[in-house]
Design a protein around this ligand. Structure first.
Ligand code: MSP
Length: 510
């Protein structure tokens, strides 16, 4: 069974921002790590294009929904290489193949007896494209997420019999305690289920921008059902002539933000059960990136961190590192350009960058680039033994910040080792040539191991360092002391130049 990871698919009625970059980079780290393990891996991202919010935004701009979708989907697609993201496919829910598969699956849900007609009346947020339950309505009859006033909607449409899945969902949560991670999110989802499930509206009669309901062609499917199914439909047409469902379904991880918990942890498994399809292995729910002031990022508050500005100023690798290092993956956290700068200087430049420069420079200076083939320092090697398994264990639980921290402790360990063993002193004494060989070989091998393990976070930097060490393999099985031969080594240009950090933010942004 392959490893399959997905991001939420992003609405095309707004421009890409840091939150979108966050989910996508996190999923990318997971995908890259699993590829390092030699596992068949599929990584999906894309855009959610149907529904009222897009139709409304297009209308406001005097465009057809498809024109707006084409234009904005391209912006998301273009963002991926800028973020160093290695997705295997980019799905658009306006793809004809997606629509046809949605119809097929939901027709099955209908034929299995889980769809009925009903009258829907309730408070609706057009931005969420969702009706709000009584306990989800904020003060002043507003949407708690978008803070806009809710509208009273009523229409006859098709309903999905969610209420019939209450027991099966409770059983799923019981049997698979890690179905939803982290734990608090699992408890939140479970208590929502236990509070009692109502049937949910499955179609819209007023809207035309969507996938047509095959048994009632005056309706389109409610955008959320069309959207959730992307995770499944993509596998049926991502590779022309191939069906990847057998290899990759069910998904190993859906990575999502906490704003869309209910859809992924309640509606989604129920729909799959109703269609007779296996449910995903895990849904990982991350927190929210906030402004520097700890408040929700918003243009009017001026506390928005633009991912492209970070990339311009510090480079994409710094953005990837910062997001998973400064905010524990799973929790909420404040973000700012200053905080990126601090991580850049203190950790990327002064710790990793410095370690890589010193190590390669000393190999060149003292040994003409040859990496001595000698026994490694036992105490140092012991600190690296089992690290590959520790990191893999964390990534398997989507504990991406913990994995990064375990690796970073070894970056620091290596810098301490340089100070303690003082190779520059050993180099002055010919009788200590063997000691110097051992120190240089141990240092080079330790640096190699941290770079193999850091590869998913810092794909370009680590490849540069591994090349400079003459040990290009990024296979996870090589992240063990002495696993591969090194050399010849060559010097490195500074990986994280300090000048970047001296540019004032205003200049960097312009
Ligand atoms: N189209 C739906 C998802 C459908 S999935 C079948 C949607 N799209 S969205 O464009 O609004 O993106 C939502 C996702 O973006 C969140 O779930 C989260 O992953 C990410 N983020 C958006 N803002 C965020 C923050 N401020 N912080 C972290 N991530 C957030 O909802």
């Amino acid at each position: 069974m392959g490893f399959y990871v997905t991001t939420p698919i992003y609405y095309v009625n707004a421009a890409p921002h840091l939150g979108h970059a966050y989910s996508t980079i996190a999923a990318d780290v997971m995908a890259r790590h699993h590829r390092q393990r030699g596992e068949a891996t599929f990584f999906l991202t894309g855009t959610d294009e149907h529904g009222e919010p897009v139709a409304d935004a297009a209308k406001a701009q005097g465009l057809e929904p498809r024109e707006l979708a084409d234009r904005n989907a391209q912006r998301f697609r273009d963002l991926m290489p800028v973020l160093g993201v290695s997705n295997d496919f980019f799905i658009r829910t306006s793809d004809a193949e997606h629509g046809a598969k949605v119809q097929e699956v939901l027709q099955r849900v209908h034929d299995n007896g889980f769809v009925h007609k009903g009258l829907y009346e309730g408070w609706y947020c057009p931005r969420c494209a969702d009706f709000k339950a009584e306990n989800e309505i904020a003060e002043g009859n507003r949407c708690p997420i978008h803070e806009i006033e809710l509208v009273r909607e009523s229409e006859e449409n098709w309903f999905f019999a969610l209420s019939q899945f209450q027991e099966r969902l409770e059983q799923l949560y019981e049997e698979r305690p890690d179905f939803v991670q982290p734990r608090e999110r699992r408890n939140e989802a479970l208590s929502f289920i236990k509070s009692g499930l109502n049937d949910v509206s499955l179609s819209r009669a007023k809207l035309t921008w969507g996938v047509t309901v095959p048994w009632d062609t005056d309706h389109v499917f409610y955008v959320w059902f069309d959207a959730l199914l992307n995770y499944y439909t993509a596998l049926t047409y991502a590779r022309p002539g191939e069906d990847l469902v057998d290899e990759f379904w069910p998904a190993t991880y859906h990575v999502i933000g906490k704003d869309i918990l209910k859809f992924h942890t309640v509606f989604w498994p129920a729909i799959l059960m109703a269609a007779g399809l296996p449910v995903p292995e895990h849904v990982f729910v991350h927190g929210f990136l906030l402004g520097a002031d700890g408040r929700k990022m918003s243009k009017s508050l001026g506390n928005v961190l633009d991912p492209l500005e970070v990339v311009d100023r510090y480079g994409v690798e710094a953005l990837r590192f910062y997001l998973l290092r400064d905010v524990t993956f799973g929790g909420d956290g404040a973000t700012s350009m200053e905080a990126v700068g601090r991580r850049y200087t203190a950790e990327l430049a002064d710790e990793l960058g410095n370690l890589a420069s010193r190590t390669t420079a000393m190999l060149v200076r003292y040994r003409d680039g040859e990496v001595p083939a000698t026994a490694l320092d036992g105490a140092l090697a012991a600190d690296f033994t089992g690290l590959d398994a520790t990191v893999a264990g964390h990534v398997d639980q989507a504990e991406l910040s913990q994995a990064l921290d375990a690796i970073w402790q070894r970056v620091r360990r290596l810098n301490r080792y340089v100070e303690e063993s003082a190779p520059w002193t050993l180099a002055k004494d010919d009788s200590r040539a063997d000691d110097l060989d051992r120190v240089l070989a141990s240092l080079a091998d330790g640096l190699r191991i941290v770079c193999v393990l850091l590869h998913p976070w810092l794909p370009e930097t680590t490849v540069k360092v591994l090349d400079a060490l003459g040990a290009p393999s990024t296979a996870l099985q090589d992240a063990r002391p002495g696993a591969v031969a090194l050399g010849p080594a060559h010097k490195l240009e500074p990986l994280f130049p300090k000048e970047r950090d001296s540019v004032p933010p205003a200049a960097a942004a312009s």
